[in-house]
Design a protein around this ligand. Structure first.
Ligand SMILES: *Cc1c(COP(=O)(O)O)cnc(C)c1O
Length: 399
């Protein structure tokens, strides 16, 4: 029997959100015995996908937001195990490129279950997706509308709106989304070009911690919706984007409490309309379903501080620490009675910046010992690179 333990590495829950809602903490989807077995078979580092965790999370979200179609954002993790499992559950998929189109097709998604959400498309991106049969696209300005009018005029469009959200870790309106005050002008211009705008989309930002951010965005979008209807636009779809949070070293609100608040907001702002409601969760669906198994490959004592070198790092699965600002807890085995010390944990490349942790307490680890890193499903393996000639972690699925 193995135990994991990370008492000193789990940060105190200080925010009000965690006190108000049932919080969830980052949990590994396998124990050390299974981790040893799987790495003996498949090598290390290894990303282990739990299909059942993925399915449970998907259905928890569906049940808390009945009637909302979930378009899984392939960007967060286009791993075949994840896409094919969600496809089997009847999910829809949000793609942004030809590569994501292919990954989604390989996993079994048909183009009628796809929405293309990249607001700035090249011809090489737009045309293959259109030719494959994708008919729903997103835009956020007049130049992009003109591009679409020239290349693929008969598609259905959502106008992406910029929204402000205070509780999100990553602001996705900093790069895309039309200012609300310009939206009507863009709609009118698109109509002039013969395009068919069928609704709005927005994204409150990734790793959003407060569902009230969705509710306030929904109210503003409803005002705009009414103005567009008065101008004769026949809108039928509202896309509330992604942003659903996952726990890392901080806890996150439970899926059901977070999504129920959003669903109430949807009822309040849009409940009187017969329209299709969709969301594009990435992280919220996949993050918790993957645990990384990584091995200690070396150690050193440098000026009195223990250093551990592990076989995955910032250029690999921990790339989320760089690009996604996530801080993953490192779990070690059988440690109720192991003494903990301050230490540095570094990745396997020769780059000095490849340091995974400087502030997590660990026991005296042995070379060859395994660590588990939970919540590695989103924006981790997806942004890994084979820098330094070191291959990215493989993935295996368990039930
Ligand atoms: C990244 C992204 C998502 C997924 O966001 P999460 O925060 O992972 O849920 C959804 N929609 C669009 C347009 C995105 O760019």
């Amino acid at each position: 029997m193995s135990f994991y333990y990370w008492g000193a590495n789990k940060r105190m829950i200080t925010d009000e959100i965690s006190q108000l809602t049932r919080a969830r903490s980052a949990q590994p989807i396998l124990n050390f015995d299974l981790a040893r077995e799987l790495t003996q078979q498949h090598g290390s580092p290894l990303l282990v996908v739990s299909r059942s965790k993925l399915i449970d999370t998907y259905w928890a979200m569906k049940e808390a937001m009945p009637g909302v179609d979930l378009f899984y954002a392939a960007k967060s993790n286009p791993d075949h195990h994840i896409l094919s499992t969600l496809c089997g559950e009847g999910a829809f998929v949000d793609i942004c490129s030809h590569g994501e189109l292919r990954a989604a097709l390989d996993a079994g998604f048909t183009p009628d279950r796809m929405l293309h959400t990249h607001p700035c498309k090249t011809e090489d991106n737009l045309l293959p997706c259109y030719e494959a049969g994708v008919r729903w696209f997103v835009f956020d300005n007049q130049l992009e509308a003109r591009k679409i009018a020239q290349l693929t005029p008969d598609v259905n469009l959502l106008l992406r709106l910029a929204v402000t959200a205070s509780s999100s870790m990553i602001n996705l309106s900093a790069k895309f989304g039309a200012p609300m005050e310009e939206a009507l002008e863009i709609l009118l211009a698109a109509r002039e070009m013969g395009l068919s705008v069928r609704g709005f989309s927005f994204h409150v930002g990734s790793q959003c911690m407060d569902p009230a951010d969705y509710c306030s965005a929904l109210q503003r979008v409803r005002d705009l919706w009414n103005q567009a209807s008065e101008l004769g636009f026949d809108l039928e779809m509202l896309d509330i984007g992604g942003g659903f949070p996952a726990p890392y070293r901080h806890d996150a609100p439970s899926v059901s409490s977070f999504c129920s608040t959003i669903w109430n907001g949807l009822q309040e702002s849009f409940g009187d309309l017969q329209i299709r409601l969709i969301a594009e969760p990435g992280r919220g669906i996949c993050a918790e379903s993957i645990t990384l198994v990584t091995k200690v490959i070396g150690k050193n004592n440098r000026w009195g501080v223990p250093w551990y070198f592990i076989d995955d790092g910032l250029y690999g699965s921990f790339s989320g620490k760089v690009f996604d600002h996530t801080d993953f807890p490192l779990l070690y085995e059988n440690s109720g009675n192991r003494e903990l010390f301050p230490c540095v944990v570094a990745g396997p490349t020769c780059d000095s910046s490849d340091v995974v942790s400087r502030d997590q307490m660990l026991p005296d680890l042995e070379v060859g010992e395994l660590l588990l890193v939970p919540c590695m499903g989103a924006y981790a393996g997806a942004s890994a690179s084979p820098f330094n000639g070191l291959p990215v972690a493989r993935s295996v699925a368990i039930d």
